[in-house]
Design a protein around this ligand. Sequence first.
Ligand code: DUT
Ligand code: MG
Length: 242
Amino acid sequence: KNIKGKIEFKNVDFTYSGSLNPVLKNISFVCNPGEMLAIVGSTGSGKTSLINLIPRFYDVTSGELKIDEINVNMMNLKELRDIIAIVPQKTMLFSGNILENIKWGNENASVEEVQDAAKIAQAHEFIMSFPEKYTTQLGQGGVNLSGGQKQRISLARALLKKPKILILDDSTSAVDMTTEGKIRRGLKLYLKNTTCIFIAQRITTIREANRIIVLDNGMISAIGTHEELMKNSDIYKDIYYS
Ligand code: DUT
Ligand code: MG
């Protein structure tokens, strides 16, 4: 369908069930179609909780979350999740081969599509260096991948889905900076018509975003471009100089 990928949070509060304190408070922002939006903030500030609301892993407690002007609660869950790909903070691979892991959820993809996704994710090269290449077994009895390699497989899986909305939760935290730079440049081309929300720690990655949200204790403390935040946000400056 003709989904553009606009995301809107309107006075969103969120409290985990069984908990008394909201982890997200009065979150309002718009992410326009094709925009690249970064979320930064200290550990526990609510970054993962926020992005998990978009595919409805959890429902907002109050306020509204809309995609292309439609409240996500009114959307078919499968259709909603079909347009979104998330690279979660904790990589989830299963024992099986690399190809199966990348194709998980996109079983009809061609070999060429898999390789294209793996190339952007900077995974193709190390996969090809294994004797069994894409049929290398992971997990028990197979190879042990490094944290950064697992993240790149996980990213390739998300890219293969060709989502309208791509969400990256600290997805290159274990990847070295040179490789991360290559991924970033590849993603830029790939993301032309994709809305991207990403959580990141490294300033080199963060400053690529069109806009950046600074989350503090479950609230938006500032929102703007890198240049704007360097002027207006003490929290952001702390991140920059740390
Ligand atoms: N929290 C829960 N239940 C959960 C997940 C998180 O109560 O299932 C709490 C822990 C924390 C707050 O929500 O006090 C925000 O957690 P979140 O994981 O959203 O924070 P983050 O910004 O993603 O932290 P990190 O940078 O460590 O990933
Ligand atoms: Mg998190």
